[in-house]
Ligand binder design. Sequence first.
Ligand code: NAP
Length: 269
Amino acid sequence: MNWENKVVIITGSSKGIGKAMASEIGKLGATVVINARNIDQLKNAQQELEHQGLSKIFTVQGDISIPEDCNSIVDSVLTEYGIIDILINNAGVFADESPLLELSNDTFKKLLDVNLLGAVYMTKAAMPSIIQTNGSILFVGSAAGFHGLGGHSAYSCSKMAITSIAQSLRKELSKTNVHIGLLNVGFTENDEQKTIYNQEGKVIPMPDRGVGKKDSPQNVAKSAIRMIERRKARMTLTFLGKLNSLMSRLAPWLVHIVLNNAYHKNRSN
Ligand SMILES: NC(=O)c1ccc[n+]([C@@H]2O[C@H](COP(=O)([O-])OP(=O)(O)OC[C@H]3O[C@@H](n4cnc5c(N)ncnc54)[C@H](OP(=O)(O)O)[C@@H]3O)[C@@H](O)[C@H]2O)c1
């Protein structure tokens, strides 16, 4: 695949996995559109990518949970380049562990607004151009979307819903040449600047998660590239992610027991 003439939008790319995707895809020669809400962090990311020698970085600030912002992100790209080849719906937010009863409605809504509706609004805005270019729409899902996690009802729900959106679109677009992919990411090293919401919806630094071996954002980015090049429908990353995916289909009762024990053990610590 020749990336040199491709225009790629990556939502939520001022840090973490999105920034790693911008770097890896930029190194292949593509024009990369980076996006986030915080303009200072976005400009820092642009500078960092340009220091890596990437000259085709286009920065568009915008909040994907606002439909008008999504339309204006897409309009800016079309005005500048005329086409969009690839959309990576990466932007996502996470909340600190909290049982549903203690999670504010506002925090629950914030997660769905960004993780689910943001991806929907961006997809709808970019789709007409991507149909013309026979391009790709990649959704960033999560192993948390295979089986509802205790303490993360809103996040699991948003990522399960992303799976369903990807499945529906594959049918709706099956008579076009658009590739729809779902990349289920496992536990990944976090950006030092990563923030999450607490149960009241306040932004707090991401606490350290004592999980085993974590994937690297660069590895996730390379997997996204492989999926797009091979036009793969679904890919699940990390050993635990693959195990969870398999067992959630074969023995959901067993996954319930394991995750239930893990949740209550964590709560009692
Ligand atoms: N890290 C993991 O272990 C892991 C595991 C499974 C799945 N994932 C998924 O992978 C994706 C990236 O995760 P990450 O850990 O790299 O996240 P991150 O480090 O927290 O970065 C999130 C990015 O999204 C942007 N963003 C957040 N809300 C936005 C909005 N409304 N509009 C536009 N941009 C927005 C953030 O910038 P601003 O705040 O400035 O907007 C930032 O650039 C997410 O979809 C996440 O659910 C991550």
